[in-house]
Design a protein around this ligand. Structure first.
Ligand SMILES: Cc1cc2nc3c(=O)[nH]c(=O)nc-3n(C[C@H](O)[C@H](O)[C@H](O)COP(=O)(O)OP(=O)(O)OC[C@H]3O[C@@H](n4cnc5c(N)ncnc54)[C@H](O)[C@@H]3O)c2cc1C
Length: 608
C-alpha cells in the first residue's frame, strides 16, 4: 500500500481525525481541506525533495571559509516548502496560520521525511518559533517568531557543547549583562554571550537571510562563577544578523562565527556546525561577545527549552518512522522484481523450472512483515501522540490533562522506539537487496545511514530510557502509567469481544501486567543506581508493549468479516506477526529489569 493510503486509513478510519473539525479552533476545516494540504505536500515532496535525496548525500555542504555551499536543490526545496505555508500551518489565522490540527500537520510532514529527510521541513524553525510564542515577549514574538513562521528566517536550537551533550548542567557558555542599560532593550534584556556550541543543526547556510539561534547559557552568580547544575541555565535569542524592533536587518553582523562543519555518516543535506559565540570574529560596537536577548526569566532556560524538545522528540520519531517506511517500500519493490532461487517442494527443488521472485520466499516475507509491523506500527504511535497534542491544546480540561500525562509517558517511546526498530527495518531492507543493498546504486544504504542519527540526537537512547524509568513512569505516584494502563485495558476489553483477537488481547494483558510488575521490582529497593542499570531493556519492553497495543487498536478498526481487501489482510498479518514474533521478546528484557541484574553495572573496567 502506498503511504497516502496508509495515512488515510490511520487518520480517518482509526483516529477519526475528521471529528476534530467539530472543535471551534478547527471549525473551518473539513476532510477536503485536510486532503488539499496532503495533496500539496505530496506534490512538493515528489517534485522538489525525492529526486534530490541522493544529491544531498553526495554533495555534502562545504565551507569555503566565508560561506557554506549547499546544492541548488536545497534552496529550491526550502522555498517551495516555505511558500506552501506549512511553517505556520498550526498557527492562528491572525498571524497568517491555517489553524490546522497538529495531527494533520504531522501527517503532512511524513511526505517530506520519506522523500528526503535531510532536506528538512522546518522542524527546528517551527519548534524555535513555537517556543517563542509561549515564552517570548510580544515583541520577541512579532520580530522573531513571525519571521520564522513566514520562512523569511530560520531557527536553531543550541544546547550541546563539545564537553556537554547528555549532561547539559555542565555547559559553560556564559552570558553577562551588556552595558548599564541592558535591562531596557525592547527586544529583551540584552546580554553578551561567549562559548562554543557543538553539533548545531542548520547553524549556518544561505537558505534564509537570517538565522535565529536559541542558545542555552549561564549567567554567572554574584561571585562571578557559573552556577552549577541546570538551575544556572538561561535561554537567549541570538540572531546571526542583528535586527531592529520592526524586524529589519540593521546591517550589523552578530558575533557568531562558524568554526567548522561536521562531516556526518548520513543526514547530510542538513548542515551540522560548531559555532563560536562571542570570540570577536564579528565584534559588535567594537567589542567581542555575541548579543543575546533573554527569553523568559533568568535561570529558567532549560524548562523553556523543554517546550521545544518535546515537540522535537515527536518530530524525530516521525522522521525515524518515515526513513523506515522508505526502506520498506524500496525493498518491497525490489523483492517483487528480483528473480532468485526456487521454492522447495515435497521432493526438493526443480532446477528445470524458472526462478521465482524473492518475495515468494518465506524468509523474505518475514523481513517484509517485520518492516511493515515496525514502520506502520510506529506511524500509528506518532499519529496517536500527535492526536494527544491536539487534545491537550483543544480538549476539555479533564481530557487535556489526561492527554498531557499520557504524552509525558509516551514521548520517550515515540522518540526512541522508531529510532531503534526502524533502524532495524532499514537493515532488513538492505538484507532483502542482498549484495546490491550494500552498494550506493540502491537507496537503502543511505536510509540506514540517515537513520543511525536518531538514537543519538534529541536525548540518546540511554538518556531517554533513564527518563522513562527514572521519571516518567513514577511521576505523580505513577499516574501517567496508570492512565496508559487504562487506555490499554480499554483496547483489550474491546478486543475480547472479537474471537479472532482473543489471542492478542490475552497477550497484551499479560505484557501490561509484566511491565507493571517489572516497574515495581526495579524500584523495590528505592535505589536509582539499581533501578536504572537496565533502563534500556525496560524501554525496549515498554515500547514493544505500546506498539502491540497500537496494532491491536488499529486492527479493531477493521470491520469483522472473512473476506477482507488486501490492505486489511496486510494489517491483520502485521498484527499477527507482531504478537507472535516480537511481543514474546519482552520476557527476556524484563527479566533483567525485575531482578535488578547487576551484570553490566558491576563489570570492573579493567576486566573489559
Ligand atoms: C547530527 C547531529 C545533529 C545534532 N543537532 C543538534 C542541535 O541542533 N542542537 C544541539 O544542541 N545538539 C545537537 N546534537 C547533539 C546531540 O543532542 C548530542 O550528540 C547528544 O545529546 C549526545 O551528546 P554527546 O554527543 O556529547 O554524547 P555523550 O553525552 O558524551 O554520550 C556518549 C554516550 O554516553 C551515554 N551517556 C551519557 N551520559 C550518560 C548517563 N548519565 N547515563 C548513561 N549513559 C550515558 C550516552 O547515552 C551515549 O551513548 C546533534 C548531534 C548530532 C550527531
Amino acid at each position: 500500500m502506498g503511504l497516502r493510503h496508509t495515512l488515510d486509513f490511520l487518520l480517518y478510519d482509526w483516529l477519526r481525525a475528521g471529528e476534530l473539525t467539530s472543535r471551534s479552533r478547527f471549525a473551518d476545516h473539513s476532510r477536503e481541506t485536510f486532503d488539499a494540504v496532503f495533496d500539496t505536500c505530496e506534490r512538493i515532496a515528489r517534485e522538489k525533495y525525492a529526486p534530490f535525496n541522493r544529491t544531498l548525500d553526495i554533495e555534502e555542504p562545504r565551507f569555503d571559509g566565508e560561506k557554506v555551499i549547499l546544492p541548488k536543490a536545497s534552496k529550491e526545496a526550502y522555498d517551495a516548502f516555505a511558500a506552501s505555508g506549512m511553517l505556520s500551518a498550526a498557527q492562528d489565522y491572525e498571524i497568517g496560520g491555517m489553524q490546522l490540527p497538529y495531527t494533520v500537520e504531522s501527517a503532512a510532514h511524513t511526505f517530506f521525511a520519506m522523500a528526503s529527510v535531510s532536506m528538512g521541513s522546518g522542524m527546528l524553525t517551527v519548534g524555535n518559533a513555537n517556543l517563542l510564542m509561549v515564552h517570548g515577549t510580544e515583541l520577541q514574538k512579532s520580530v522573531f517568531a513571525l519571521n520564522e513562521f513566514s520562512g523569511r528566517w530560520s531557527g536553531t536550537m543550541c544546547l550541546s557543547e563539545p564537553q556537554a551533550g547528555s549532561s547539559l548542567s555542565d555547559i559553560v557558555t556564559r552570558a553577562v549583562p551588556d552595558g548599564g542599560d541592558f535591562a531596557s532593550d525592547p527586544l529583551g534584556a540584552r546580554y553578551r554571550l561567549k562559548g562554543n556550541k557543538m553539533w548545531i543543526s542548520a547553524g549556518e547556510h544561505d537558505l534564509t537571510e537570517n538565522i535565529i539561534h536559541l542558545v542555552l547559557a549561564k549567567i554567572p552568580g554574584p561571585d562571578g562563577k557559573l552556577i552549577p547544575g541546570t538551575r544556572g541555565i538561561s535561554l537567549f535569542i541570538v540572531p546571526k544578523q542583528l535586527v531592529d524592533t520592526r524586524g529589519q536587518l540593521t546591517g550589523v553582523r552578530n558575533d557568531v562565527a562558524l568554526a567548522g562543519l561536521n562531516h556526518k555518516l548520513g543526514w547530510r543535506g542538513t548542515t551540522n556546525t560548531l559555532l563560536n559565540f562571542g570570540e570577536g570574529k564579528f565584534p559588535v560596537q567594537g567589542q567581542a561577545g555575541a548579543i543575546g536577548y533573554l527569553v523568559g526569566r533568568p535561570h529558567e532556560g532549560l524548562s523553556c527549552m523543554f517546550h521545544m524538545m518535546n515537540e522535537a522528540r515527536i518530530g524525530v520519531g516521525m522522521a525515524a518512522t518515515m526513513l523506515g517506511m522508505a526502506g520498506y517500500h524500496a525493498s518491497l519493490d525490489y523483492a517483487k522484481n528480483r528473480p532468485q532461487g526456487r521454492l522447495v517442494g515435497p521432493s526438493g527443488k526443480d532446477a528445470s523450472q524458472p526462478q521465482v521472485r524473492i518475495i515468494e520466499h518465506a524468509d523474505i516475507k518475514r523481513m517484509l512483515l517485520a518492516q511493515k509491523s515496525y514502520c506502520e506500527g510506529a506511524l500509528a504511535l506518532e499519529l496517536y501522540c500527535a492526536r494527544l497534542v491536539d487534545e491537550q491544546h483543544t480538549g476539555e480540561p479533564g481530557a487535556a490533562n489526561e492527554a498531557r500525562m499520557l504524552l509525558e509517558v509516551l514521548t520517550p517511546i515515540a522518540k526512541s522506539w522508531p529510532s531503534e526498530w526502524c533502524l532495524e527495518a532499514n537493515s532488513l531492507a538492505i538484507q532483502i537487496h542482498g549484495g546490491y543493498g550494500y552498494t550506493r546504486d540502491f537507496p537503502v544504504e543511505q536510509y540506514w545511514r540517515d537513520q543511525r542519527l536518531n538514537m543519538i540526537h534529541e536525548g540518546t537512547h540511554g538518556i531517554q530510557a533513564a527518563d522513562l524509568l527514572g521519571r516518567k513512569v513514577v511521576m505523580a505516584g505513577g499516574e501517567g502509567l496508570r492512565m496508559l494502563a487504562l487506555r490499554i485495558n480499554g483496547t483489550i476489553e474491546r478486543a475480547i469481544q472479537r474471537p479472532e483477537f482473543a489471542e492478542y488481547a490475552n497477550a497484551l494483558g499479560g505484557a501490561l501486567q509484566q511491565v507493571g510488575a517489572a516497574t515495581k521490582a526495579a524500584w523495590a529497593t528505592g535505589d536509582a543506581r539499581e533501578a536504572l542499570a537496565n533502563a534500556v531493556p525496560y524501554m525496549q519492553a515498554f515500547g514493544h508493549m505500546v506498539i502491540a497495543w497500537m496494532w491491536l487498536d488499529v486492527a479493531l478498526s477493521i470491520p469483522a468479516g472473512a473476506a477482507q481487501p488486501p490492505a486489511h489482510v496486510g494489517r491483520l498479518a502485521a498484527t499477527r506477526f507482531f504478537y507472535r514474533y516480537e511481543l514474546p521478546k519482552i520476557g527476556a528484557w524484563l527479566n533483567v529489569v525485575s531482578s535488578r541484574d547487576a551484570t553490566c553495572a558491576d563489570m570492573p573496567e579493567e576486566a573489559f
